[in-house]
Design a protein around this ligand. Structure first.
Ligand code: SF4
Length: 230
């Protein structure tokens, strides 16, 4: 299996849990704000991290770390994903999956086999022509809708996440997204970070202020059970 990044302990990638994070390379999107673009587009230049090395560290942190977050890139594109999950579960650790929601069939299979404990799905924009402005590729929005439905009716713990990029997303766009996931247990708002984005022209864009982010949160509160700015 090809693993290109590893964080031994993280307090911010899984609410309420201490986790390690594994990064699998490759993605089908080219999000303008992507900070992992080296992992997405130039991953062949990055050294592989061997599973044995990671396993040693996971065993070392056993009892301290609750689980492993599998991130990317888009992990569902990775042919080794199932083996990675099985290896993690063999260590009696919980599994969280980060996804952009474009592979509902694969997600369904993981749910059916009860292989993951938590899923975090990004929703990039309202589900119309504005989606492609962020992802810079044509997205089959029916797949995104299918993943949303699947997650909403699953018994697995989850969150939906949106990164608020000024000039792309504002209050109206966010409310449109919140309506798509109406009744969701958790909706996380992330502020845009101009550091090392895929699109160079975003480097001078100012992130929203804390006050603006709080205003966004208030605007979507009535659509979801819980929301927060992360
Ligand atoms: S889906 Fe995630 S990893 Fe892929 S390009 Fe977008 S931000 Fe980057």
């Amino acid at each position: 299996m090809v693993i290109k990044g590893f964080i031994e302990t993280s307090f911010v990638d899984w609410d309420g849990k201490i986790c390690s994070v594994i990064f699998l390379p490759g993605c089908n999107f080219k999000c303008v704000f992507c900070h992992n673009h080296k992992l997405v587009f130039n991953y062949k230049d990055l050294p592989d991290i061997s599973w044995n090395e990671i396993k040693k560290k996971l065993l070392h942190h056993k009892g301290w770390v609750d689980g492993v977050c599998i991130s990317g890139g888009e992990p569902l594109m990775d042919p080794d994903l199932l083996s990675v999950i099985e290896e993690i579960r063999d260590l009696d650790l919980l599994v969280k999956l980060d996804t952009n929601g474009s592979f509902p069939d694969l997600l369904k299979n993981l749910f059916k086999k009860k292989l993951i404990n938590y899923v975090a799905m990004d929703i990039k924009a309202p589900l119309d022509e504005r989606y492609g402005r962020i992802t810079q590729v044509k997205v089959d929005l029916s797949k995104i809708r299918e993943s949303i439905k699947l997650i909403l009716k699953s018994r697995i713990d989850y969150e939906f996440r949106t990164t608020m990029v000024p000039g792309y997303l504002g209050k109206d766009e966010l409310v449109a997204i919140a309506k798509e996931i109406k009744g969701a247990k958790k909706f996380i708002l992330q502020n845009f970070n101009p550091k090392d984005t895929l699109c160079d022209n975003l480097k001078d864009v100012q992130p929203y202020t804390d006050k603006e982010m709080d205003g966004f949160k208030r605007a979507i509160e009535k659509y979801v059970e819980f929301s927060k700015v992360r």
